[in-house]
Design a protein around this ligand. Structure first.
Ligand code: ARG
Length: 323
């Protein structure tokens, strides 16, 4: 299997709900006017707390500093696993489940903090640039590692025999167990041809920037059992959208597409207090047991919390029932 260190230097930021107005101009540019920016990696996720924006340095230049913009101090690099066909595993699982044992667990064992971003197309594992040598040394046994540089893939070799690495057991460090919230809404993971973005522009603007304004005829739904979660990303020309079925209904049905199974996902939000960026092993803690049971899961980290989208939520239960 190949592991690519992509040619993007990323910043992880958040815009406060009240500060959004100040940033709609650059965000619209980043989402819809691709020819006007050099940004190649852009992701925007709305959660109840804030808007998480992960973007490359070119995109980051568009965001003016203000009290409403929080910026994580480090530069993050996205890693991406490419399986070259000859996978020996029989697993059909997708998302973070596929890389739980090969990437997520080994990095957690070496105390490397990650920031996950699953999309319709693939899963990006963000690591801090300063951790890159540890990352390479940790994963070089399992992967052919390449660094993308100006459109070329350059093979990366570990600096020298892993002398700096203390290989401490195969156990994931005993991590804090964070509270998990399971909202009732169901989510879909979708994509669309980037050329059709203009056709969904008004809906996307409505959903992203006006979702909090009361809609005409909207029932006053006071039960907070559903959570606001909407994610849009435009990465290397590929669009990915994660939204709940209520948001999905607002989009024209013929433009968005999803995997043939068209399945819906339930969410587990991880964290009671904001998780910060230094703790490691959170993704590992969630993805390991899912991988053990071969349950597909997408995983989206945001500025404050982590979110696992799990399919077959009731699989084990229904198996039980058919017995
Ligand atoms: N750093 C965590 C880990 O290595 C995942 C990210 C949690 N933090 C966050 N702000 N979402 O497992």
């Amino acid at each position: 299997m190949d592991l690519h260190i992509l040619d993007h230097k990323l910043r992880v930021t958040s815009i406060s709900k009240t500060g959004l107005q100040q940033y709609t101009h650059p965000l619209i540019k980043l989402i819809f006017l691709r020819n006007r920016t050099r940004c190649k990696f852009f992701s925007l996720t709305e959660t109840p707390e804030n808007y998480t924006v992960v973007l490359d340095e070119e995109g980051f230049k568009e965001l003016q500093p203000s009290e409403h913009l929080q910026v994580e101090g480090s530069t993050w690099l996205p890693l991406n696993v490419v399986s070259n066909g000859n996978t020996s595993s029989s697993s059909q699982a997708v998302g973070v489940t596929k890389i739980a044992k090969s990437v997520i667990a080994p990095l957690a064992e070496q105390h490397v903090s990650v920031f996950m971003l699953s999309t319709y197309q693939t899963d990006f594992i963000l690591v801090r640039e300063k951790d890159l040598s540890v990352v390479v040394e940790t994963l070089v046994e399992e992967f052919n590692i390449f660094r993308e540089e100006g459109g070329e893939s350059v093979p990366v070799h570990s600096q020298d025999a892993c002398n700096g690495l203390q290989r401490n057991g195969r156990e994931v460090p005993h991590a804090t167990v964070h509270p998990v919230l399971i909202p009732e809404n169901q989510f879909c993971v979708m994509s669309l041809d980037p050329d059709t973005l203009p056709a969904i522009a008004t809906t996307l603007i409505d959903v992203l920037f006006y979702s909090n304004s009361p809609k005409e005829g909207a029932s006053v739904d006071q039960d907070m059992k559903c959570i606001k979660f909407f994610s849009f990303s435009l990465i290397d020309g590929y669009v990915s959208l994660v939204m709940d079925t209520e948001a999905q209904r607002q989009f024209p049905a013929d433009l968005l597409f999803t995997s043939s199974s068209g399945e819906l996902w339930r969410m587990a939000r991880i964290g009671g207090q904001p998780l910060g960026f230094d703790e490691c092993g959170i993704v590992a803690q969630i993805s390991q047991p899912l991988a053990d049971s071969d349950i597909s899961a997408y995983y989206i980290s945001t500025f404050s919390f982590d979110h696992a989208l799990v399919s077959h939520f009731f699989k084990s239960q229904s198996k039980h029932m058919t017995k």
